[in-house]
Design a binder for this molecule. Structure first.
Ligand code: AVJ
Length: 321
C-alpha cells in the first residue's frame, strides 16, 4: 500500500488562519447562516455517512451500485488498457470495487478524499482484494486537487464521480467543476458520474429524514466537530435537523435549526441565533436526465451513455470529451 499524498490537512480546521476556519466564520456571519458540507466527513461523520448508505430509506447507494454492476462491462469496453482510474470523493471506495473487478487492465487507481481514515481503510481493503493494483490515495478536496502523480500523467484517464456528490454543487459551480475535470482528465478523458434524479417526495424526503435519526446525527455532528476542533460552544441539544425539498431550486436542503434564541462563541467571534433560525448545511440537487446532459454539454462534455434503474431513481452517465 502506498503513502497518502497530503495536499492539505482537512482533518484539522484548528486556527483562525486555517482556510477552513475562514470559510466557517464567513458562513456563520452571513444573514442566512451556512456551513460548508465538507465538514460532515470527520472520522465519526464518515462512519455515520456509511451508516446512511445502508438505511432502508436511503435509496441512492444501493440503486447506484446495481446500476454500476449492470453497466460495468460496457464501461470496461470503452476503457483502453493501462488507463488510470481517478475517483473524486472516494469515501469507502465500495462502489469502485464493482468497477475495478470489471477493469483488470488499469495501471493505477487514484482515490481523492478529505477523510484520511476513509482513504486508509479503503486502501487496505483494496490491497487485499486487488493485490496487483497500484493505489495512490490522495488526501484533499477533489474540487481543488485534481492533478495526478507525475508518473501517471501520460496514461488515458477515466474519472469516476459516483454517489451524486455533484448534487452538492449549485448548477453553475457543478458546471465549473465538470469543466475542470474535463481539463484534468485530458483530451481522451472520460467521466462516469452518478446523478440522483428528481422523484416523488414520498421517496425523496424519507431518504433525508430517516426513522432512526442517523441523518440527524450526521447533520448535528458538524456542531460536535466545531466544538472539538475549533473550541466552539454549540449546545448540540439546542439544534434540530431539518431536511426539506426546495422545488424552485430542485434540491434537498439540510438545515440545523436553533430551537431557542441563543448565542454561540467560535474562535473569538459571537454568533446570535433567533429561535427557529437555521444554519444551511447542505444542498443535494436533483436532476432529470436531459437536464443533467445539458449541464454536462455546457461544461464541455459529450454525453455518451446513460444507465438508470427500473424505477428511474438514479442515473449513471458516461461522458467523453
Ligand atoms: C454524498 C452528497 C450525495 O446528498 O445524498 C446523505 C450526502 N446528506 N444524507 C446526498 C447526504 C444527507 C449525500 N451526498
Amino acid at each position: 500500500m502506498s503513502q497518502i499524498a497530503e495536499k492539505q490537512t482537512p482533518d484539522a480546521p484548528g486556527s483562525a488562519k486555517d482556510p477552513a476556519a475562514r470559510v466557517i466564520l464567513a458562513g456563520l456571519s452571513q444573514s442566512r447562516k451556512t456551513l460548508p458540507c465538507f465538514l460532515f466527513y470527520d472520522v465519526h461523520g464518515s462512519e455515520l455517512f456509511e451508516e446512511i448508505t445502508r438505511l432502508p430509506e436511503y435509496y441512492p447507494t444501493r440503486t447506484e451500485a446495481a446500476i454500476i454492476e449492470a453497466a460495468a462491462k460496457d464501461i470496461a469496453l470503452h476503457t483502453p488498457p493501462g488507463s488510470v482510474l481517478v475517483e473524486f470523493g472516494s469515501g469507502s471506495s465500495r462502489k469502485t470495487e464493482i468497477l475495478l473487478s470489471a477493469l483488470p487492465s488499469l495501471s493505477a487507481y487514484v482515490p481523492i478524499d478529505v477523510s484520511r481514515s476513509a482513504l486508509d481503510e479503503a486502501s487496505a481493503r483494496l490491497a487485499v482484494r486487488f493485490p496487483s493494483l497500484r493505489v495512490f490515495p490522495t488526501l484533499g478536496d477533489f474540487a481543488e486537487h485534481l492533478s495526478l502523480p507525475q508518473a501517471l500523467s501520460k496514461r488515458p484517464r477515466l474519472g469516476f464521480f459516483p454517489g451524486s456528490t455533484i448534487g452538492n454543487f449549485a448548477p453553475a459551480d457543478a458546471c465549473d467543476l465538470l469543466s475542470h475535470m474535463a481539463e484534468n482528465l485530458g483530451p481522451s478523458g472520460r467521466l462516469v458520474i452518478g446523478v440522483d434524479l428528481r422523484k416523488d417526495l414520498s421517496i425523496l424526503l424519507p431518504a433525508y429524514n430517516d426513522a432512526d435519526g442517523v441523518t440527524a446525527d450526521f447533520n448535528l455532528n458538524i456542531l460536535v466537530r466545531l466544538n472539538r476542533e475549533m473550541g466552539a460552544d454549540f449546545n448540540v441539544d439546542d439544534f434540530a435537523h431539518r431536511a426539506v425539498f426546495n422545488r424552485e431550486e430542485s434540491r434537498i436542503e439540510m438545515h440545523l435549526v436553533s430551537l431557542k434564541a441563543q448565542s454561540v462563541e467560535l474562535l473569538g467571534h459571537s454568533f446570535a441565533f433567533a429561535e427557529g433560525e437555521s444554519i444551511h448545511t447542505e444542498n443535494s440537487y436533483k436532476y432529470s436526465i436531459p437536464q443533467f446532459k445539458e449541464l454536462a454539454r455546457r461544461a464541455g462534455w459529450f454525453p455518451r451513455e446513460v444507465w438508470t434503474d427500473p424505477k428511474s431513481l438514479f442515473s449513471l452517465h458516461e461522458l467523453t470529451i
